[in-house]
Design a protein around this ligand. Structure first.
Ligand code: 4AD
Ligand code: MG
Length: 473
């Protein structure tokens, strides 16, 4: 059945007179005198196919089962549409109901359900306009990411998800262990039963990996090893952070793209980041027109104008020090102070990009105290060759840097920060043997999807979100 089946997207391209079948889920049904209209969608495109059912054509008992949410096949004919908005519609002659959806129970009935409510029925929101559009944009963006790198000769590296090192030194990691045992007391009725954990062994050496292990926060350190042999490489995979921040821009599980280039400095890194963001956005704008128009109409009125603007104009670049001066002179009443040396908060990032510059900004040369140990130190002894790409509405989209390639400088930084040096033996080997200047960055894929769709909560741009207290589905 499947390989010959035409999707609704394909049906729209058929000429009137073609006899075929249309498969999908019923969005809405409207009955008027002598005729019923069904909006049918299978997720292959934004637009619903309008099915026209003339009275008496289909058996009434079967037709009764065609309600919102039901899964059906109509056999019939593509016809020119007299109505506005679509070139063709579908005249039904046959009906097969695969699955009913009891109208008194089906949760996705109401128009205008809130995103919060839809999140609670994440298994069904897939069928709605918004999440269908998010998913198609996400798919196309992922394709465009690979296309961008592959067309430039970057190799895709599959870095491990389980790791024993903490790349960012941030300490917000999930443990991976088989050392926990769930104890379920047998007393009490099922709903009240308290479960508890027990450590099987107090010795980490008895654990699965013989030492503490975690879900990775970044593939960077691993991918650097591949840059020191294959030159231009990238990762694209899931990463995990146990930050206990329930914000609209943080997830516990998110996807990150991390390119790394040998023979590259911070300038080259910024050039890559800018070309990357602009090209991926340009591709999605070109291929996801109807989805983006929907977001533009219903979610973020400035969306298309913003995206087109980003594709066509260069990003602003300034140092962290310049940005702090601008913030201090802004006259704004920020919640957090803007002193040199403190990390920029999202209110600062948004002011810089939304109010001051009006397009994406790349900030460089941050104080070394607020950045990771591996960033290349500047001559001033105070700052490092870091860069963050900030965009309107989102704030930080990308974080990256030129890496410290000098063994002695890197070792003293590791010592200064009291990091466990022996664990970094292989990372230091890269500087010991054939070290090369290199740079890279990480782009949070869900933040990019928020930017592309105008969606305000990061939980609504990933299939099933993981956040503090939330790991449903
Ligand atoms: O700035 P970050 O922490 O940089 C790194 O992880 C580097 N190792 C990247 C590199 O140089 N290869 O994270 C990179 C990006 C951020 O700019 C942000 O877009 C996203 O990852 N990000 C998150 N996205 C969703 N939820 C979270 N909790 C995120 N934390 C970071
Ligand atoms: Mg960062």
């Amino acid at each position: 059945m499947n390989l010959n089946r035409k999707s609704i997207r394909e049906l729209f391209d058929l000429s009137p007179g073609t006899c075929t079948s249309a498969y999908g889920w019923v969005k809405t049904r409207r009955d008027s005198k002598g005729v019923s209209f069904v909006q049918l969608n299978d997720g292959s495109c934004f637009d619903d196919l309008q099915i026209v059912i003339e009275a008496g054509t289909l058996p009434e008992p079967e037709l009764k089962r065609v309600t919102t949410g039901a899964c059906v096949r109509f056999g019939g004919e593509i016809v020119a549409s007299p109505g506005e908005g679509q070139a063709v519609e579908f005249k039904a002659r046959e009906l097969e109901v695969f699955g009913e959806a009891d109208p008194t129970q089906y949760p996705l009935q109401k128009k205008g359900a809130t995103f919060e409510f839809l999140r609670e029925i994440a298994h069904l929101r897939v069928r709605g306009n918004t999440f269908g559009a998010v998913t198609r944009v996400r798919n196309r963006a992922a394709w465009a990411v690979h296309q961008f790198f592959q067309s430039r000769g970057f190799q895709w590296i599959h870095t491990p998800i389980i790791t024993a090192s903490d790349c960012e030194g941030a300490g917000a990691m999930f443990s991976v262990t088989t050392n926990l045992e769930l104890i379920e007391p047998l007393e009490g009725d099922e709903s009240e039963r308290q479960v508890a954990y027990r450590l099987k062994s107090s010795n980490p050496e008895d654990d699965f990996f013989g030492k503490p292990a975690f879900l990775t926060v970044s593939g960077q350190l691993n991918v650097e090893t591949f840059a020191m042999g294959l030159s231009n490489v990238y990762t694209f995979g899931p990463t995990f952070r146990a930050e206990n921040s329930s914000t609209s821009r943080h997830l516990a599980e998110f996807w990150m793209i991390e390119p790394e280039m040998a023979f590259c400095d911070l300038e080259g890194d910024m050039d890559l980041a800018e070309a990357f963001v602009r090209e991926v956005i340009g591709d999605v704008v070109a291929f996801c027109g109807p989805d983006l128009e929907f977001f533009n109409k219903r979610v973020e009125p400035e969306l298309l104008a913003t995206l087109n603007h980003v594709v066509n104009s260069p990003f602003e670049r300034m140092t962290y020090t310049e940005a702090v001066k601008l913030l201090q002179a802004s006259g704004e009443n920020f919640e957090y102070p803007t002193e040199w040396g403190s990390d920029l908060q999202s209110e600062h990032e948004r002011w810089l990009t939304e109010v001051k510059v009006g397009r994406p900004v790349i900030l460089t040369d941050y104080p070394k105290e607020i950045k990771a140990f591996y960033m290349r130190q500047n001559e001033d002894g105070k700052t490092v060759r870091a860069m963050d790409v900030l965009v309107p509405r989102i704030g930080e989209l990308i974080g990256g840097s030129q890496r410290e390639e000098r063994l002695d400088v890197l070792e003293s930084r590791i010592d200064e920060l009291k990091l466990p040096k022996p664990a970094y033996w292989w990372y230091l080997d890269l500087r010991r043997f054939g070290s090369a200047p290199h740079a890279g960055f990480g782009l949070g894929f869900e933040r990019l999807i928020m930017y592309l769709t105008g969606m305000k909560n990061i939980r609504d741009v990933i299939p099933f979100h993981r956040a503090p207290g939330q790991a449903d589905f």
